[in-house]
Design a protein around this ligand. Structure first.
Ligand code: C2O
Ligand code: CU
Length: 479
């Protein structure tokens, strides 16, 4: 399968040990919203970007304001965000503010919360931002192709009292499928991939570039905000030689803890903030590797320590938990339960594109005829304009018991709300973490609990974008 980061390995060979530090990886461009009067503008348009590096031609991309990822939007908790989006693409688009609990009309879902922004049109998004954390924005129209060609960007909402760190760094993790000339391969929403792991690319990027090395200084403490903006790729990141602590998931504070099995797993759209203490010696290097897909591990990037003396003498004390955000606490005892079943796709699949035995015949015929391949509670979506799967009472607590009956992993996202993950496979979770997207491995289950406090029609879907486009999408109404 096409998942080896071939461009990355070629680059590492070319660059070798003496290569230049890529400071650019660490310097995201920020659009700062400081006052309500600030009118930020995002223009979605075709442009060119150097994704594969200077040995390759620039890549024709679709981007916001000419860069991949789009500009980072930074503001403080409680401020209002106002963004005018202009569409210079040849097809309709919208902007969805992933994870931000916005009013329904600002949620950016075509045919559900707004009309698609036609080519040449603009749309103004304006809403207060209630919670701090790491979020992102992306189109919700033709999602697999628009995100797959580069449309995505970070939204960072700072706490009133930021966590004391030496540097706050954002990594927007991207995944592109490039041809040998570094152009984006066509063939989005191909039925084979859509019915399996989705379109996993061959070129993994950090902030829009194939990363070479990230320069750090011994002794410093970094808050590393990871955003999986890939259309389909799941990451499992190991920071060799280091002991990162997870301090937020999907923007929501969690008791600082070492990641399970030493690996930070991020399905598409998921985020994690890490506190990373640079505990190695000046001049040393350490690899960040992605080992999510069995036998397909690769090195994402080298952390390269400068020769400067350590910033401080001893180790730092562990970080304190960040203050909680503003979600109401769901009363689990009185919550109404709903069963949610995920079905469809190729049967007997493995982690990545292996087509095991069984189940091929019927599904294959269905796929080839262009029919939907995935369903939620037996219903496959055709477009966003759907009848609600469930109608919830505003202000009431709910528990969804989500069962993944498929042979594939699905990162499931609820719009307009954050939820607690209270059980996995019937067992209580240790941290009862708040999330807006949760990866449910094949044939596993999870219970999520939340208060349906945000009125409107909200998408509930898989964030592997080919799965979403191929039916794994539904609507939950809060009324
Ligand atoms: Cu990140 Cu429905 O989306
Ligand atoms: Cu899925």
């Amino acid at each position: 399968m096409m998942i080896s980061n071939r461009r990355m390995s070629r680059r590492s060979l070319l660059v070798g040990a003496g290569g230049a530090m890529l400071g650019a990886t660490l310097a995201p461009r920020a659009l700062r919203a400081t006052t309500p009067a600030d009118d930020l503008r995002l223009v979605a348009a075709p442009s060119r970007a150097s994704i594969a590096g200077s040995d390759y031609p620039d890549t024709a991309v679709w981007s916001y304001n000419g860069t991949v990822p789009g500009p980072e939007i930074r503001l403080r908790q409680g401020e209002r965000l106002r963004v005018t989006v202009e569409n210079q693409l040849k097809q309709g688009t919208t902007v969805h503010w992933h994870g931000l609990r916005v009013p329904n009309a600002m949620d950016g879902v075509p045919d559900l919360t707004q009309r698609s922004i036609k080519p040449g049109e603009t749309f103004v998004y304006e809403f207060p931002v209630p919670d701090a954390g790491t979020y992102w924005y992306h189109p919700h129209a033709h999602s697999a192709e628009q995100v797959g060609r580069g449309l995505a960007g970070a939204v960072i909402v700072e706490e009133p009292e930021p966590m004391p760190v030496d540097r706050d760094i954002v990594w927007v993790l991207g995944d592109f499928r490039l041809r040998d000339d570094a152009s984006v391969a066509g063939g989005f929403n191909g039925p084979m991939e859509a019915s399996m792991a989705g379109r996993v690319g061959n070129t993994v990027t950090i902030n829009g570039k194939i990363p070479e090395r990230v320069a750090v200084r011994a002794g410093e403490r970094i808050r590393l905000r990871l955003i999986n903006a890939a259309p389909a790729r799941i990451f499992g990141l190991e920071f060799r030689g280091h002991s990162p602590l997870v301090v937020t998931l999907d923007g929501q504070p969690i008791e600082p803890h070492a990641p399970e099995d030493g690996r930070v797993v991020l399905g598409p759209a998921m985020r994690a903030d890490l506190v990373l203490d640079m505990t190695e010696n000046p001049g040393s290097t350490a690899a960040v590797v992605d080992t999510f897909y069995e036998d397909l591990g690769y090195k994402l990037v080298d952390i390269a320590y400068t020769d400067e003396p350590a910033l401080r003498a001893g180790p730092l004390t562990p970080p304190a938990m960040l203050p909680a955000n503003t979600m109401p606490e769901p009363d689990v005892a009185s919550a109404q339960h709903h069963q949610v079943t995920l079905s469809g796709g190729m049967m007997g699949g493995g982690g990545m594109g292996t087509m095991g035995g069984g189940g091929m015949g019927g599904m294959m015929g269905h796929m080839m005829s262009g029919g939907p391949m995935w369903a939620i509670n037996g219903v496959a979506a055709h477009g966003h304009d759907m009848k609600p799967m469930l109608t919830l009472t505003r202000g009431a607590p709910y528990i969804f018991n989500i069962r993944n009956e498929t042979a594939w992993h699905h990162p499931i996202h609820l719009h307009g709300h954050s939820f607690r993950v209270i059980t996995r496979n019937g067992k209580p979770t240790r941290y009862r973490e708040w999330r807006d997207t949760f990866l449910i491995p094949r044939r596993e289950s999870a219970e999520i609990a939340f208060v349906a406090d945000n009125p409107g029609d909200w998408m509930f879907h898989c964030h592997i974008l080919e799965h979403q486009d191929a039916g794994m999408m539904s609507v939950v109404r809060v009324a």
